[in-house]
Design a protein around this ligand. Structure first.
Ligand code: GLU
Length: 448
């Protein structure tokens, strides 16, 4: 790390004490961009890294809502508008009891580079709440979303900040959130949240986009090694929207996902999550609000291992699709011992920095989530484009665009690492390519 980078990192650590996830992300990005920072003394003169590591704005607000019994509950809501250099802030909303300002900051920081990588004009933001959707009725979810939007609406807008879904926020929640925004503002402004239903301005393929995009990216990686997905087994964690899309696309291309998981444990299905019935059941599991993976094992009669993670199973490819830091050293060692070749992160930052270093040395290739899962937000940007045009592309057109975006993300990342002599390093490449674009825009726009 250059002395300038070290100084900024020390400042970041001092200023964000206790925000370990955010610090972890900054360290991860800094570890990759050193060759570029070393080549550009103008970054230091413009105080660029200091500005890059401080959110433009972070908003915290109270959300009070009423349950079905008439009791009131108060949660904390957030929106972090991290970096708007290349476009309106863009990023999802996460509803999960673990959400803190730290979670929001790490996700918004990641989002800044991810969004830059898509090649589309979107800045980085993230929001959410420590609200736990598990076990809540539809009406409770609706009242919570309405209360949340009653504050959030004043901070967003089609040219300001465009939220979307993330963990705990799917089509149902987006509908309630958007409905409330429209009620308050009394205007259509249908670019204001993405992941909308098809009947009110959503885009084809947005629900599938993160999972499909991840598999399109995986295909490029396999191509690089002269390999294909046919006949490969894949371990996936989670069973939400992202895992669902991965299962479906992998099956379509002739591979099979053999694991899914939830907070209660994991399922191992040697026949694969490949039939229409099984794939559709994942959606039912998510909309039931039970958050239980065991339902799948009960229904299809396969193995369920309570309280454990999927990474002890022997597979060819690992695609973590659940939460941050679900893979530490212990899991990484299991993955290596099982002879996994391709480690493709899908969830945001699923691997600790220590485990990443170990995996990089011991598996064929590690691909970073900020590139692999960028198909979701990229398709959100396509939704914004369609909304602005008052037009809707056909499903095949959207899928084709998504496919091309994922190929470009892969190729641009590979090239960025190659150019600084790092070879086929997809982690460094994604960070460098994303950073270069944001840095160029920040320099061009002057210091503010
Ligand atoms: N939450 C997703 C992400 O992590 C999607 C964000 C969006 O579509 O704006 O990128």
């Amino acid at each position: 790390m250059t002395p300038y980078m070290q100084r900024v990192l020390d400042e970041v650590k001092a200023r964000n004490k206790g925000e370990d996830l955010f610090i972890q992300t900054v360290e991860e990005v800094f570890a990759s961009i050193e060759p570029i920072v070393a080549q550009h003394p103008e970054y230091e003169k413009a105080g660029l890294l200091e500005r890059l590591c401080e959110p433009d704005r972070q908003i915290s607000f109270r959300v009070t809502w009423q349950d079905d019994e008439g009791n009131f509950h108060t949660n904390r809501g957030f929106r972090v508008q991290f970096n708007g250099a290349i476009g309106p802030y863009k990023g999802g909303l996460r509803f999960h009891p673990s959400v803190t300002l730290d979670t929001m900051k790490f996700l918004a920081f990641e989002q800044t580079f991810k969004n830059a990588l898509t090649g589309l004009p979107i800045g980085g933001g993230k929001g959410g709440s420590d609200f736990d959707p598990r076990g809540k009725s539809d009406n409770e979810i609706m009242r919570f979303c309405q209360a949340f939007m009653t504050e959030l609406y004043r901070h967003i807008g089609p040219d300001v900040d465009v939220p979307a879904g993330d963990v705990g926020v799917g089509a149902r929640e987006v509908g309630f959130l958007y409905g409330q925004y429209k009620r308050i503002k009394a205007t259509w402004q249908n670019g204001v949240i993405t992941g909308k239903g098809l009947s009110y301005g959503g885009s084809y393929f947005r629900p599938e986009a993160t999972g499909y995009g991840a598999v399109y990216y995986l295909e490029e990686v396999l191509k690089h090694y002269g390999d294909t997905i046919k006949g490969k087994t894949v371990a996936v964690s989670g069973f939400g929207n992202v895992a669902w899309g991965v299962c479906e696309k992998v099956a379509e291309l002739g591979g099979k996902v053999v694991t899914i998981s939830g907070p209660d444990g994991y399922c191992y299905d040697p026949d694969g999550v490949v039939t229409e019935e099984k794939i559709a059941f994942l959606l039912e599991m998510r909309s039931s609000g039970r958050d239980r993976a065991q339902d799948y094992a009960d229904k299809f009669g396969c193995k369920f291992v309570p309280g454990a993670k999927v990474w002890g199973e022997k597979v060819d490819i690992c695609m973590p699709c659940a939460y941050q830091n679900e893979i530490g050293m212990k899991e990484a060692e299991q993955i290596v011992a099982n002879g996994v070749e391709y480690y493709i992160e899908v969830a945001n930052m699923p691997t600790t920095n220590e485990a990443i270093e170990y995996l990089k040395k011991n598996v064929k290739i590690v691909a970073p989530s900020k590139a692999v899962n960028a198909g979701g937000v990229a398709t959100s940007a396509l939704e914004m484009a369609q909304n602005s045009m008052r037009y809707s592309w056909e499903p095949a057109e959207v899928d084709e665009k998504l496919h091309l975006i994922m190929k470009n993300i892969h190729d641009n990342s590979a090239k960025a690492a190659e150019e600084v002599g790092l070879g086929y390093d997809l982690i460094a490449g994604a960070n460098i390519a994303g950073f270069k674009k944001v840095a160029e825009a920040m320099l061009a726009e002057g210091v503010f």
